[in-house]
Design a protein around this ligand. Structure first.
Ligand SMILES: NC(=O)C1=CN([C@@H]2O[C@H](COP(=O)(O)OP(=O)(O)OC[C@H]3O[C@@H](n4cnc5c(N)ncnc54)[C@H](O)[C@@H]3O)[C@@H](O)[C@H]2O)[C@@H](O)CC1
Ligand SMILES: [K+]
Length: 501
């Protein structure tokens, strides 16, 4: 189920496991697992392959030293850039150091020019793991900067050095972290590898459980998203069904000059399978959408907000009539997705926030980090400094399902369950993709999905559609939000073929 463990949880698991094992066992297993992963990344003939091992002062460095010794046995030429601890070191690290020193590894104080002038087949980053306590600075900062310019494969041990394993933020301010192509993470997977700066620094992540048994792992409330979490809600369509079987969605927004946003959201809702979709405009409604005449365009005045699942916010604006619409929507009995300006209006109105928290019909909110910061009354940097915590706090406060967008979108429930999404790419960093996501959430709700599974599936499908388009060369540069819509339709139909019942 792809659980994600905090540093505190990993430390507790590690401590209990270490007590039951001969001293040094876990570090030896970590070193062996690292060597195996490194061999997978080296040329088939490892003879003479150039490997640089960066070994820091703590046990992360110990793992690296273990790996260095193993790799020499395979014939690789291993240079070790060693940063011994200023004070005492753990017994297992000392043993690892002795093993590396008595192997063919070359302990070398490689200067910047030799480092940059060598064609490394692989660099192993064992500078800092979960014990990173402050920003990487001084000579080590220069080293990290140099490694990041080299363009060779980089295998980070446990976590790329400089990255916070809990949050995925580069430890700063103005910090640096290794940009690895691969990360082998020990004992259990960590949230920081998958959100915020994590995806840019960790590369491809594999987990080495170090032969610990499943019973040694506590159950946790944070996971990576996967289709298994929502697959049971994917339904094969019955022959004897009609448009009324698949629900109504009303996208409410579209103040003057912003009519495109609700149209995009409404097209998304339609292509994701809703039976009937309304585009509802705060100001004058166009008579119809010539690009998608299946949509029904309406003015908000007089529109029955109890008749459809509501997607409120795309292009809504912040004029007084938009506030009134938000109040009507929150007071309605309909399931609600709140996005964009609906969230900005909500942030400015404590009474409305209380009303959202008391809604019987629930609510999904889909803030980007700035909207989340406004809702939380904090700076955007505070949200990004711990995205999972920010999403959980908002979910608890508003009693809503929160979709905190960004690299490694976080979905959080009021009860504390949280999931980090794995699909998606920078192609989504363009106007309108949020409208498409909100429409998709609304569409799944209209088709009878529970809020939690709808949010998980919508985020996963939205990202998967972008991933498929990028594989086909449509992006990441220049992908448009509208192009996502048919790709989402393809992705959802594929999932239903695989899992539908
Ligand atoms: N103890 C064990 O049995 C195991 C340890 N493991 C490894 O051990 C790591 C954790 O080891 P540690 O707790 O020793 O922590 P680290 O090795 O991550 O780093 C701690 C050391 O770095 C120093 N330090 C922290 N931030 C610094 C900075 N910015 N600049 C300079 N020095 C800094 C600390 O003073 C300390 O000496 C894990 O990430 C993992 O790689 C795993 O192999 C699992 C088994
Ligand atoms: K590391």
């Amino acid at each position: 189920m792809n659980p994600l463990y905090s540093v505190a949880e990993i430390r507790a698991i590690e401590q209990r496991a270490a007590e039951a094992l001969p001293a040094g066992t876990l570090m030896q297993r970590a070193g062996q697992a690292t060597a195996n992963a490194a061999l997978d990344m080296l040329p088939f003939s490892t003879n003479g392959a150039r490997v640089l091992v960066l070994a820091g002062p703590g046990n992360n460095g110990g793992d690296a030293l273990e790996a260095a010794a193993h790799l020499t046995y395979s014939g690789a030429q291993v240079d070790v850039l060693h940063f011994p601890p200023a004070g005492e070191q753990s017994a297992e690290r000392a043993a690892a150091q002795r093993r590396a020193e008595s192997s063919d590894a070359i302990f070398n104080d490689i200067g910047g020019s030799a480092l940059a002038g060598t064609e490394w087949n692989l660099i192993i980053d064992g500078l800092f793991g979960i014990g990173l306590a402050r920003p990487v600075s001084g000579a080590l900062r220069t080293l990290v900067d140099t490694v990041n310019t080299l363009g060779c494969p980089v295998l980070a041990l446990d976590v790329p050095s400089g990255l916070d394993a809990d949050t995925g933020a580069v430890v700063g301010p103005d910090g640096v972290a290794i940009r690895a192509t691969h990360t082998i993470t020990f004992i259990g997977d960590k949230p920081g590898l998958h959100t915020c700066d994590g995806r840019d620094h960790a590369g491809q992540v594999t987990v080495a459980a170090l032969d610990l048994e499943p019973r040694q792992f506590p159950s946790v409330r944070l996971h990576l998203n996967e289709a298994r979490f929502f697959a049971r809600k994917l339904k094969t369509r019955r022959q004897n069904s009609h448009k009324g079987s698949y629900g109504n969605v009303a996208v409410v927004g579209g103040a003057r000059g912003m009519a495109g946003a609700p149209i995009l959201a409404a097209r998304s809702a339609l292509h994701a399978g809703a039976g009937r979709v309304f585009a509802v405009f705060a100001d004058d409604a166009p008579s119809y959408d010539s690009g998608q005449p299946e949509l029904m365009c309406r003015a908000a005045a007089g529109f029955d907000l109890d008749s459809s699942v509501l997607v409120l916010g795309p292009g809504l604006g912040t004029a007084p009539q938009s506030v009134e619409l938000l109040k009507r929507a929150v007071a309605s009995a309909s399931a609600l997705v709140a996005d964009a300006d609906a969230l900005n209006l909500l942030a400015a109105d404590a009474a409305l926030q209380a009303a959202v928290a008391q809604r019987g019909a629930g609510c999904i909110i889909t803030p980007h980090p700035l909207e989340a910061a406004r809702l939380l009354g904090c700076a955007i940097t505070a949200v990004q400094a711990d995205r999972v915590a920010a999403a959980r706090t908002l979910a608890a406060r508003l009693r809503a399902t929160v979709v905190l967008k960004g690299s490694g979108t976080v979905i959080a429930a009021p009860d504390g369950d949280a999931v980090i999404n794995t699909t998606g790419n920078p192609a989504l960093a363009t106007a309108g993709t949020g409208d498409v996501l909100a429409g998709l959430c609304g569409s799944l709700l209209a088709q009878g999905w529970p809020q939690w599974e709808a949010a998980l599936a919508a985020v996963w499908l939205h990202g998967m559609a972008a991933d498929v388009l990028v594989t086909d060369g449509v992006g990441p540069i220049g992908l448009t939000a509208g192009e996502l819509v048919p790709a989402i339709r393809a992705a959802i139909n594929r999932l239903v073929q695989q899992h539908g019942r």
